[in-house]
Design a protein around this ligand. Sequence first.
Ligand code: FES
Length: 140
Amino acid sequence: MSYKCKLERKQLGSDLVFALIMAKTKQKGEPKMNEEATHFRIYCCGNVNCLARGADDIWRVLDEQIWLAKLSERVELRRSGCQDHCDFGPNIQIWPGPYRYVELTPAKIKQIVRQHLLAGQPVEELLAKPHMRRQTGKDS
Ligand code: FES
């Protein structure tokens, strides 16, 4: 077999391997962008009680952790008014939900970003309890 013939055969072999790989890839489907990834909206209470308890620091740490986790495209951060858990601030709400997190600290924010936003598992032990809601006199 001539050198040229060997070369053509080798080329044909690698073309065949490439064609087989492409066929398998098409069977599995094209890799997709993660279109189904959840998008979150987070409301940080910006009212007086939460501000007095460190809401600005919570906002700063949350913003930083979202950026570090490369979640900026999936998480929208907004200020809100009072969330009716004033004695347990600083507070945030995460949607879809609402999941109401209270008595936040930078360490708790890091845990929420890791567990809730990245892994999709709300942090049960940090969620507001019914007795924490401010009594307005409008209920009951
Ligand atoms: S001031 Fe933040 S919950 Fe009321």
